[in-house]
Ligand binder design. Sequence first.
Ligand SMILES: [Zn+2]
Length: 299
Amino acid sequence: MKAVRFHEHGGLDVLRQEDVPEPGPGDVVRASAGGVGEGQRVLVQPGLSCGRCAACLGGQDNLCRSYGLVGYQSEGGYAELVTVPVENIVPIPDHIGFREAAAFPFTFLSAWHMLVTKAALRLGETVLILAAGSGLGQAAIQVALAQGARVIVTAGSDEKLARARELGAHEGIDHYRDDIAKEVRRFTDRGGVDVVFEHVGQATWEPSMKSLKRGGRLVTCGATTGPSVSMDIRHLFSRQISLIGSYMGSKGELLRAAELFFDGRFTPVVDSSFPLAAAVDAQRRLEDKSQFGKVVLDV
Ligand SMILES: [Zn+2]
């Protein structure tokens, strides 16, 4: 079968399409996070865990000591076939397309765990969602709206801000042009937001902290622009800010989020799709930062 792999770290030029042996019989799934070759169409739970420890059996498999991700600690979806454990497949109804199904698990599971489980975002609260045009950002908008929150987003262009508003975001901030914290104060009658949805890291950490109201919660799952930040601890305790780390989510949470996907309340936004052989072009699309939503590989 065909697979796109790399054998050394580097730029896009290290990605190569190669002929590799097919995985053995068992739970063979076709497409990048897509469906089974014959029979049941499914999507793939991205989290891998032991299934036997207290964390796993307590429904918090993303706290398992051996937690990993399909494609990170195992062979991944840049291939015509991929093998995953049977507990990692979720059947999808006929009306759900493979591209939308592929765009769903990683983004909505992360956003759900961050906003619903970790930050406990509630009806009537205000949330600031950074980088709304990313796969994670579009999912966070939809999860936050489902919780009944008021949603302020940032994005890098007027076009992306318009797309975010189409999804239901109430206010938009151009994170290249505008001062994020200043705009947040303007939109919140100088009060700040209850929750900041962080995944950008270094470039936005300071405005994210400044955008919180007293007692606010900052939940983060990423460091796209860099992992090192500095912080005045006096602001942390005097303003009683909570910093919350989040990584993926549990299998049970994905099943709950999937119910809202299957009944049409969540719609994963697919920016574009590329054939497997053009995986380099798909990666370039992400590096250009021009996308709104997920970039999907077709096989
Ligand atoms: Zn475990």
